[in-house]
Design a protein around this ligand. Sequence first.
Ligand SMILES: [Mg+2]
Length: 261
Amino acid sequence: MGLKLISTDFDGTIFAEFENPPIPQSLQNLLGALRRRGALWVINTGRDLGSLLETLARAQLSVQPDALVLVEREIYVRQDAHYLALASWNNACAKDHKELFARVASDLESLVDTLQSRHRATFYADAFSPLCVLAENQAVASAIHLELETYAKTVPKLTVVRNDVYIRFAHAGYNKGLALSEIARRLKIRTSETLAAGDHFNDLPMLDRERAHWLVAPANAIPEVKQRVLSFDGYVSSRPHGEGVAQGIEFFLERVEGAQA
Ligand SMILES: [Mg+2]
C-alpha cells in the first residue's frame, strides 16, 4: 500500500462540533481499516493537549490517533493509552519560542495599542504566544493578520499563525508541516507515502508537496486552502468536514491501488 501516514487537521476538517457524531462514522471506519493495514494517523491541530483529549474522549471514537501535533508545533506519540511528549523536539521548540518571544517583548505594548485603536478584537497572551488575537469577524482578522505580518517581517524567525478568527505568533522553524515531516522522518515514511488534509490558514504549511504528496480539503475549506490543494493536484471535496476528508482519502486510495493492480 502506498499510503502510510495520514495527517488531518481537527476542527473544521474532521471534527464538526454540531454534527452527530462530530467525526463521521465513515471516516472513523476508513481510518480504522487503514490502521489495520499498517498506516498511521496523526491529528495535526492548533489545540493544546487537554482541549484535544477532552474533545476526543467525548467523541467516543472507534479509532485513536497514533500521534498528535499540538498548538501547530508540539509532537506527542501514543504509547499504550497515553500520549508522550517527543522531548527532544518539544524542548527545542519551547527554547526557540522563549528566545524569539523575548526579542519581541519590548514591542508588544505599542503593537497592541495601535491594533486596539483600529480593530474590533480581543488581545491577550497565553502560554503559547505573548500576543493572541480573537477578532470579531473574518474581515477584522484579515486586516490584523496583514498588519502583524508586516511587523513579523522585521523580526527574524517570527511568523503569524491564523486559524479562523484566532491569530498568534510562532517561530518559523515550527509549524504543522515541519512537525509532520519530523514525524515522517522518525518513522522512515516518505513524503510520497503521506496524505495531509486541512481547511484553514494554519494548515497551509502541511498542504505542500514538500510535506505530503496527497492533499485533501473538505468543501468548507477557505478559498486559499482549496486553491493551494488544487495547485498541487490535490482533492477538494464537494462534501464538508470529515465526510469530505473520507471522500478524498478514498479517491487517492483508488488511484494508488488502481496503479498497483
Ligand atoms: Mg481547522
